[in-house]
Design a protein around this ligand. Structure first.
Ligand code: FES
Length: 158
């Protein structure tokens, strides 16, 4: 006799391999849900003044999020290297709608804008629109594959 759990697992696996859309299944729950999580890179390059890189206001961010009690609304995580060191001074924001990347930041203002944004999220009870000041710093962490880019460029010349 076939194990029903094994059959469900097999079908799920097949659908996944076919790239079929399926509802995400939450298998673990957290009581610490937030509207967003910000990961500010403080790794080997970002914010490293000793390497002649522009500073990042890490202490100011941590202090403000704690004093304004924002951490239950937007999680602030100061992280090690996030990967795209060449972009410099990188942070990423995760929400239920996905992940956005920002970098190439040479001043403190875009970082500090995250404080008011987190407060706005709390007041709204939802993810607030990202501050306009962040737009010039948005980048694609997972750009289309080279072939896709070449095809697009080729189509542009026709
Ligand atoms: S140190 Fe920030 S991306 Fe590597």
């Amino acid at each position: 006799m076939t194990d029903p759990n094994a059959a469900v697992s097999e079908v799920s696996h097949v659908l996944q391999n076919l790239g079929a859309e399926r509802e995400p299944v939450a298998r673990v729950e957290t009581k610490r849900s937030v509207f967003a999580q910000i990961l500010v890179c403080n790794g080997c390059c970002c914010g490293r003044e000793d390497k002649r890189k522009p500073s990042i206001p890490v202490d100011e961010l941590k202090r403000a999020f704690k004093e304004r009690k924002l951490l239950k609304t937007v999680q602030l995580t100061i992280s090690g290297c996030l990967g795209p060191c060449d972009v410099l001074n990188v942070f990423t924001i995760l929400t239920e709608d996905g992940q956005q990347w920002f970098g190439g930041i040479r001043t403190h203002e875009p970082f500090l804008a995250l404080i008011d944004w987190a407060e706005e999220c709390r007041e709204l009870g939802a993810v607030a629109p990202f501050p306009d000041i962040l737009e010039p710093y948005r980048f694609d962490r997972f750009p289309p594959k080279l072939v896709d880019r070449l095809r697009t460029a080729e189509e542009g010349t026709r």
